[in-house]
Structure formats: structure tokens, C-alpha cells
Ligand binder design. Structure first.
Ligand code: ADP
Ligand code: MG
Ligand code: MG
Length: 201
């Protein structure tokens, strides 16, 4: 099985930052419909800071790349998504430990722990029309391939459209949140697309 080294995780974070940059306007548009129109700029600022710190001092292990990235997101993103994505990456990185290389299966198990930590922090579950609607099916599909995970995340994000938001700012709208795609689920799909791209899938 392929072993993923620190370089792979550095490339993933760089690809994620580039993707967030390209899609920032779209993420902010989605957030303007059911939130406060800052999701794109929040993540743009956060991932730019992630890339900066990873380039200045590249960590030597997969786990350290993700914990460093997560810590940076928590300290630079003021909105709800900062602590949530920060927790995702930190917990996933912690789970990977200090191994020089990890298998795709080990990454899947670590991401499972990371997504569970997001659910715990957010007090949320799939079906609440949040990032978990993309993250959860993506991690499940990771058992098949990186590409399958990316596709499951996109489908999960699209599946938030008919749902009423039960967590986060969008939940303040009650039934008026129905008919809108969740911004965080949309950015989660970008993260998994960046992962598949990094894996060459
Ligand atoms: P804020 O809402 O503070 O402005 P962002 O706009 O950056 O933060 O992020 C909003 C996204 O965060 C939502 O679209 C949703 O996916 C996610 N989110 C918010 N609250 C929760 C929660 N309790 N659990 C899971 N995800 C959440
Ligand atoms: Mg917002
Ligand atoms: Mg905000």
C-alpha cells in the first residue's frame, strides 16, 4: 500500500489553500444567503496563514503537518469554521502520531477521529446542514478511494440544499435556511477534492 509522507501532507494543505482561494467568492456568496458573508474570506485568511507557517518551517511528519495547520486555523479564523476545521486537522494529526509515513487506511482512521471531534465540538450530526454533511460521507467513502471521498463530499454538500440548518448561524433562519447549500459543507468538499488531487486521483 502507498505510504504518505510529510511532503504529501504539505502538498495537500497547499492544494487546499489554492482551492479555497479560487472558490472564496463562491463560499462567501453561499454564506451571504444564510449567514454573515464571511466564510470565503475566513478560510482564505486561515489557509494563507497555514501555508505561510508550513513553508517557513516545514514539519517532518504527517501528524505534525496537520497539527500545525490546525493550530494555525484556530488562531487565525475568528468564525465558527476556524475552531471546527482546526479541530479536524489537529485531532487527525494527533491520531497519526509521529510516524514518518502513514498508509491511506491509517489516514482514514485518523480522519474518522477528526470528524468525530468536529461533531463533538459542534454538538452536531450529519443531517444538521453543516460541514459534517460532507465530512462524514467523505470519510466513509475513503475506504474506496480518495476520488470516491471527494465525490461523496460534493454529494453531501449538495444534499444540504433541502435541509433545514440546525446548527450555526444558518439555524437562526429556521425554515428560511431550506433551499440553500451550506457553505461549510461546500468548503469541506474542496478539502477532499484537494486530497484526491494530491493523491493523483
Ligand atoms: P461563522 O458562522 O462564525 O461566520 P463561517 O461562516 O466561517 O463561520 O462558517 C460557517 C460554517 O461553519 C457553516 O456553514 C457550517 O458548515 C459550519 N458550522 C457552524 N456551526 C457548526 C456546528 N455547530 N457544527 C458543525 N458545523 C458548524
Ligand atoms: Mg460566516
Ligand atoms: Mg462570521
Amino acid at each position: 500500500e502507498t505510504a504518505l509522507d510529510a511532503g504529501f501532507f504539505l502538498r495537500w494543505m497547499t492544494a487546499a489553500a489554492a482551492s479555497v482561494d479560487r472558490e472564496a467568492a463562491r463560499l462567501t456568496d453561499l454564506d451571504s444567503a444564510i449567514g454573515d458573508a464571511d466564510h470565503g474570506s475566513n478560510l482564505q485568511r486561515g489557509f494563507a496563514a497555514v501555508v505561510k507557517v508550513l513553508e517557513a518551517e516545514p514539519p517532518g511528519t504527517p501528524g505534525a503537518v496537520l497539527t500545525t495547520a490546525g493550530r494555525q486555523l484556530i488562531s487565525t479564523v475568528g468564525g465558527a469554521s476556524g475552531p471546527l476545521y482546526g479541530t479536524l486537522l489537529r485531532r487527525t494529526g494527533k491520531q497519526l502520531g509521529d510516524a514518518d509515513r502513514v498508509t491511506a487506511d491509517e489516514l482514514r482512521a485518523a480522519l474518522r477521529a477528526g470528524v468525530d471531534a468536529v461533531a463533538q465540538l459542534g454538538g452536531s450530526a450529519p443531517g444538521d446542514a453543516t460541514m459534517l454533511d460532507a465530512l462524514d460521507p467523505a470519510v466513509e467513502a475513503l475506504a474506496t478511494s480518495f476520488r470516491a471521498a471527494a465525490e461523496a463530499a460534493v454529494q453531501g454538500a449538495e444534499a444540504t440544499v433541502p435541509l433545514q440548518a440546525r446548527k450555526g448561524r444558518a439555524s437562526y433562519l429556521g425554515e428560511r435556511s431550506i433551499g440553500h447549500q451550506d457553505p461549510g459543507a461546500t468548503s469541506s468538499a474542496l478539502l477532499f477534492s484537494a486530497l484526491a488531487e494530491t493523491a493523483g486521483e
